[in-house]
Ligand binder design. Structure first.
Ligand code: ATP
Ligand code: MG
Ligand code: MG
Ligand code: MG
Length: 439
C-alpha cells in the first residue's frame, strides 16, 4: 500500500472524549470512528487489525475441531420465548418490529438460534460431538457504552456452541475450547488468565473468563502470580487426546484465579503474600458449560444408543475481537503510539522514503516495496512528500513493527536503516537482509 493513496485519517489532537489510552490511540491512528454512542465504523487501518484478529480466532477454532457457519444478526422474538429469555433479558436487548408488526431483535448472543438449527438436523448421538461457531456482529444496549470498542453497543463476537450426549463429553468440549483460547490469546501477544467466573444470564454451572491484566480493566480480579509464567499449549496439541487436554486444563486451574463475583477471600489469602495478584482485568473471552438449560425447553434431543431421546448437553464460548483490538493496545503501547505484535499488525513493514523525489531513494524504496509485496508481506510505503520526522511519527503512532528508513546517506554505503518498534533497536542493513529478516 502506498501511503499517498491510502485512507489514513490521522488526528493530530488528542481526542478529549477518550478516557483510556487504547481509545485515544484508535481514534488518533484513524482506526475507528464513532457513528453513534457505542457504534463504530472500522476505518481501513482498524479493519486490517480486526481481520487479522479474526483470522487467528478462526485458525484456532478450526484447529480444535469447531466448524464455522454464519447466523443472521436479526432474530425472531418467538425463538427467545421458547427458552424463556425474551422477557428475562431486559433492556440490553434491542427489540425491533418489522412492517408486519412481528417482534424481532438484534441478537445479543445466539444460544437459541443455534439450538434451533441443531434440532432441525441432528437426530442421532452418532452425529455428536458437534461444535459450531460464527463470527458475527452483536448488539447489546449497554447502560454505559464507553472506552471505545472495549465496551461498545455493536460489537463483533466469535461465539461457539458445543453439543454432546452427556456431561462427560460436554466437559471435554469445554476443555478443548479452554485450550484453544489459551492459544488464541497468546497469538495476539497477550497473557490471558482463565478465572472462575459467574455464569450470568447465559446460565450454567461451569465457567471461566479469560482475563488480561490491565489498569483500565473493568473487572476486579484475584489470582496466583505463577499463571503469568505458565507455558501455553503448542500448535500441535492433539485435541482428541481427552486425558491430555484434561491435564492441561487441570494445570491451568490448579492455582487460585477468580473474578470479583466468585472471589473467595480465604482461599486467596492462603496464597503466600508475594505470589498474590489483586488487579484490574479485561474480560476478553468467556466459556460456559450449561448442560440442558436450552435443549430441555427447546426440545433439542438426539436418539441415544438405547433408542431413547436424550436432551443434548451444551456449552457456549465467546471471544470479542473488537474488544481484543483495544485490549492489545492497552497492553502494547508507549508515549509515541501503538506497538503492534507482528501477528496482528495492520502492516508488518513500513518503508519510509526519507528524500522523496531523489532518484536513488525513490528507486531503492520502489524496489524494496515491490519485493516485499511480491512475497506477500503487508508493507506500507510512506511515499508522501513530507519531512522524515513526520514519517517516523506516523509509523510509530500506527505501530508498524518493522520500520525501514531509506535515505541518501545510507544508500551511499548500500545500506538502509531498520528500526524495531517493539524495542527501539536500530541497525544498518542491506535491502536483501531486510527482506530476509521480515519474511
Ligand atoms: P462484560 O462483562 O464485559 O459486559 P459479558 O460478560 O456481558 O461482558 P459475554 O456474554 O461473556 O460478555 O460475551 C463474550 C465476550 O464478548 C466477552 O468476553 C467480550 O470479549 C465480548 N463482549 C461482551 N460485551 C461486549 C461489549 N459491550 N463490547 C465489546 N465486546 C463485548
Ligand atoms: Mg455484559
Ligand atoms: Mg462479564
Ligand atoms: Mg462474560
Amino acid at each position: 500500500m502506498r501511503l499517498s493513496r491510502y485512507f489514513l485519517p490521522i488526528l493530530r489532537e488528542t481526542p478529549k472524549e477518550a478516557e483510556i489510552v487504547s481509545h485515544r490511540l484508535m481514534l488518533r491512528a484513524g482506526m475507528v470512528r464513532q457513528e453513534s454512542a457505542g457504534i463504530y465504523a472500522w476505518l481501513p487501518l482498524g479493519l486490517r487489525v480486526l481481520n487479522k484478529v479474526q483470522a487467528i480466532v478462526r485458525e484456532e477454532q478450526n484447529r480444535s475441531g469447531a466448524i464455522e457457519l454464519l447466523m443472521p444478526t436479526i432474530q425472531s422474538a418467538d425463538l427467545w420465548r421458547e427458552s424463556g429469555r425474551y422477557d428475562a433479558y431486559g433492556k440490553e436487548m434491542l427489540r425491533i418490529r418489522d412492517r408486519h408488526d412481528r417482534e424481532m431483535l438484534f441478537g445479543p448472543t445466539n444460544e437459541e438460534m443455534i439450538t434451533e438449527i441443531f434440532r432441525a438436523y441432528v437426530k442421532s448421538y452418532k452425529d455428536l460431538p458437534l461444535n459450531l461457531y460464527h463470527l458475527q456482529w452483536k448488539f447489546r444496549d449497554e447502560v454505559r457504552p464507553r472506552f471505545g470498542t472495549m465496551r461498545s453497543r455493536e460489537f463483533l463476537m466469535k461465539d461457539a456452541y458445543s453439543f454432546d450426549l452427556d456431561k462427560e463429553a460436554a466437559v471435554h468440549a469445554y476443555n478443548k475450547m479452554f485450550v484453544a483460547y489459551l492459544r488464541t490469546f497468546e497469538r495476539f501477544g497477550l497473557k490471558s488468565i482463565p478465572m472462575r467466573a459467574d455464569t450470568g444470564p447465559i446460565g450454567g454451572d461451569l465457567s471461566h473468563e479469560f482475563i488480561i491484566l490491565a489498569d483500565t480493566g473493568e473487572s476486579q480480579v484475584y489470582c496466583h502470580k505463577d499463571y503469568l509464567d505458565f507455558a501455553v499449549p503448542p500448535a500441535d496439541t492433539d485435541f482428541d487426546d481427552v486425558a491430555g487436554i484434561k491435564n492441561t486444563v487441570a494445570k491451568w486451574t490448579s492455582l487460585y484465579a477468580a473474578t470479583d463475583e466468585m472471589h473467595d477471600a480465604a482461599a486467596y489469602e492462603a496464597i503466600p503474600e508475594a505470589s498474590r495478584v489483586s488487579a484490574r482485568g479485561i474480560e476478553v473471552g468467556h466459556i460456559f458449560y450449561f448442560g440442558t438449560k436450552y435443549s430441555d425447553p427447546m426440545a433439542a434431543t438426539v436418539q441415544g444408543p438405547d433408542g431413547k431421546p436424550v436432551p443434548v448437553h451444551m456449552g457456549s464460548y465467546g471471544i470479542g475481537p473488537t474488544r481484543v483490538v483495544a485490549a492489545i493496545i492497552e497492553a502494547c503501547h508507549d508515549e509515541a503510539g501503538i506497538k503492534w505484535p507482528a501477528a496482528v499488525a495492520p502492516f508488518t513493514v513500513s518503508v519510509m522514503n526519507l528524500k522523496q523525489g531523489d532518484s536513488a531513494c525513490d528507486a531503492a524504496c520502489e524496489e524494496l516495496y515491490r519485493t516485499l509485496s511480491a512475497k506477500g508481506v503487508d508493507v506500507l510505503y510512506d511515499d508522501r512528500d513530507d519531512r522524515p520526522g513526520a514519517k517516523f511519527a506516523t509509523a510509530d503512532l500506527i505501530g508498524i513493527p518493522y520500520q525501514v528508513m531509506i535515505g541518501p546517506r545510507g544508500l551511499a554505503e548500500g545500506k538502509v536503516e531498520m528500526k524495531l518498534r517493539a524495542t527501539g533497536e536500530r541497525e544498518m542493513l542491506t535491502a536483501a537482509d531486510v527482506v530476509a529478516r521480515v519474511t
